[in-house]
Design a protein around this ligand. Structure first.
Ligand SMILES: C[S@@+](CC[C@H](N)C(=O)[O-])C[C@H]1O[C@@H](n2cnc3c(N)ncnc32)[C@H](O)[C@@H]1O
Length: 294
């Protein structure tokens, strides 16, 4: 029988993204996201037939913000929420525009995002700090809610990042996470998934995606009372399908303007493409919203 040799090695070990990798990536590639979202949402969207428009990506990206906001169940009084891995503060601005009683703190590793994100937050009750979300300087038990949208994957949804969310929350407060997760351990992925997963992690400087059942257990072990896991893969799929068009449009614009594509932009484009491929392997990957109550 003829055997096929795989022409390259697939590493299923989690990619070890250093903090400097993440900083380099976001300092250089954040501007590209203005092509993905006018509101600078650096995440996928949530499709709702009655509230969003399939052809207007930002309606879906902002609906993801709305879905996360609703799950925080904030009281009608002055409240404080932390965004762990806040990017350009797109979600912070969405929340602050909705709720005048809210104050928000965001943390990111990228100095570019701190500088430019804080400019966009001027005159709003929000501030972005350059800090590691696994060990912030924010005081314990001060937050009414904590969120992390497509940010905790940079640390592989690690115990340290989840424990920091728990430490910041007041009793009864909720930590809401929106992100892609593995449905099984990396070693059990099929060939196509393994390859796409590895390229995704390298391109976006991710330590790796958490395995959903293990992350649930991790949250319970940390001390969260209740952990609700919702598979929203079909709701995010329409915005994931925007990826090839966004990549094509971005490349075309740069070519027409004679602009070279920066190395981190290439990483971003390649990882976006592999995110789409991962999304197609629905037995191995899913997009979930987790609501954990302290
Ligand atoms: C894909 S962006 C998502 C940004 C934002 N949550 C949104 O949805 O628009 C990931 C963010 O996580 C941040 N990040 C990654 N690792 C981090 C860490 N260890 N500490 C703080 N921020 C981190 C990055 O700097 C970036 O802002």
């Amino acid at each position: 029988m003829k055997t096929t040799t795989i022409p390259f090695r697939i590493n299923t070990e989690p990619h070890d993204a250093s903090r400097q990798d993440i900083i380099n990536f976001y300092d250089e590639a954040t501007e590209d996201y203005s092509f993905w979202s006018r509101d600078l949402n650096m995440h996928f969207g949530y499709f709702d037939f009655f509230k969003t428009n399939l052809f207007r990506r930002d309606t879906m990206l902002n609906e993801m913000n709305e879905q996360i906001y609703q799950r925080l169940q904030l009281k009608n009084e002055p409240t404080l929420v932390a965004d762990l891995g806040c990017g350009m503060g797109g979600t912070m601005r969405y929340f602050l525009n909705k709720n005048e009683q809210l104050t928000m703190m965001g943390v990111t590793l990228s100095p570019f995002q701190v500088r430019e994100g804080n400019k966009l937050l001027a005159r709003k009750k929000g501030l972005i700090l350059q800090e590691n979300y696994c060990e912030t300087s924010l005081a314990s038990e001060t937050m009414d809610g904590v969120i992390g949208i497509e940010s905790l994957c940079h640390s592989g949804h690690s115990k340290e990042s989840l424990r920091e969310g728990y430490r910041l929350l007041k009793t009864g407060g909720k930590m809401v996470i929106g992100d892609a997760f593995l449905k099984k351990s990396p070693s059990q992925l099929c060939f196509g998934s393994k390859h796409s997963y590895q390229r995704l992690c390298t391109g976006w400087s991710l330590d790796g995606l958490g395995v959903i059942d293990e992350v649930k257990q991790r949250l319970l072990d940390i001390g969260f009372q209740e952990v609700l896991i919702e598979d929203v893969s079909f709701k995010t799929a329409p915005s994931v399908l925007h990826v090839p068009f966004a990549i094509g449009g971005f490349l075309l614009k740069n070519i027409l303007q004679g602009k070279p594509i920066k190395p981190q932009s290439w990483n971003n484009l390649k990882a976006s493409f592999f995110a789409l491929l991962c999304g197609l392997h629905m037995k191995d990957f899913g997009y979930y919203i987790i609501t954990a109550t302290k």
